[in-house]
Write a protein that binds this ligand. Sequence first.
Ligand code: GDP
Ligand code: GDP
Length: 435
Amino acid sequence: MSCLIAIIGRPNVGKSTLFNRLTESRQAIVDEASGVTRDRHYGKVEWCGKHFSIIDTGGYITGSDDVYEAEIRRQVVISLEESDAVMFLVDVTTGITDLDEDVAQILRKSAKKVFLVVNKVDNNERINESHVFHRLGLGEPFCISSINGSGTGELLDAINQELEVASEPEDLGLPKFAIVGQPNVGKSSFLNVLLGEERTIVNPNAGTTRDTIHTHYKGFGKDFLLIDTAGLRKKSKVHEDLEFYSVMRTIKAIEDADVCFLMIDAQTGIESQDLNILHLIEKNRKGLVIIVNKWDLVEKDDKSTKAYTENILERIAPFTDVPILFASVKTKQRLIKALEAGHLVFENKTKKVPTSKLNKILLPIIESHPPPAVKGKYIKIKYITQLPTDTPQFAFFCNLPQYVKEPYRRFIENKIREHFDFSGVSISIYFRKKD
Ligand code: GDP
Ligand code: GDP
């Protein structure tokens, strides 16, 4: 199960420094593989084999100095709604400020787990100064230094322990679908069309640790869980305008899903905001179906879908093996097709190709197109196997894995996609040493 933790606190307490420290190593790997530019505010943390995500809320503060306090309070409220736990960062060198008191008051009223973190405790003397923070009424503070890293291990241990306690929502073994996209593309309309069929909702069960509702949808021969983030059906008038709010909701929905339907508006085409969401989906290794909605509003001729598709593929490259559907929630055009595509992508994401089949098909291709020799040395790929991971990953065993370059990896990926259907899912390919 995924878990999202928000780092909150006023400016200059060290939120982004802590974020960088916790995400650094892992981020580099993820981003190198996907070619995605580094996200400065949202990232993955791995500690002792456990994974969770963190978001640096400070990165989303917009207003000028005189409005920032109100904005911070709003962010704290949203973070409490949309994340699984929060780290409340305070600064030992300033002590408790009025704004810290305000935030603590909001946090004390919430049922969410709060980690009170006293930052800039760079040396032992400062530990003594950290005792004042007991007054915030949020339990024993964690003393850390984001700059030199001290204390962060204890903090991560405590988070891991908390994650262990958090109980998993019942897993029915059904695919989990999420509908994501920019405001106004038609997400809630789509959800309402699906859920409007009252008879089809067989079991609305709330997730136990977060506010996401997984609605069990059954109808038209389809059976899946629909991730309905708190505000999707019932829009929140208070927060709707905030970028931060939609970012939090989108992240949460993506993390919970197996397959995401990324809805874009046919009238505007694919925009950079859509690409940001797409990269989040890729980064989390979730399945993807693109729905171009409001197709009813587009003046079409027989070349429209082709031209449209080409434009999208160009924008989403290099990950282009993705189902794209032209739909209209209004006229209910191709909605069933979209659900079918979602199921297919889920199958692709979870399927395991037998080793014998992989080798039978790929080894002859490799033989006729071997990796280019490096410094007179020949690279010999001996066999291939799919790893027992929950997303498609393949290991190619060879004598000189370090000499296999990116273009060859791409070539191999394309061959895998040609011969086995992995439409809508990202795949990883590793070259490993075997003499
Ligand atoms: P944010 O506004 O909360 O994201 O804070 P920043 O991460 O930008 O940090 C604000 C300032 O505090 C920067 O100058 C950091 O270098 C400094 N800082 C952050 N963490 C520590 C720490 O653990 N010890 C010390 N001495 N300074 C820190
Ligand atoms: P959300 O913000 O992504 O949840 O978008 P909504 O579902 O609230 O839809 C925004 C607006 O687009 C509403 O006025 C919908 O009626 C309209 N809309 C949604 N889907 C379609 C469609 O397929 N065709 C047309 N013409 N309008 C649509």
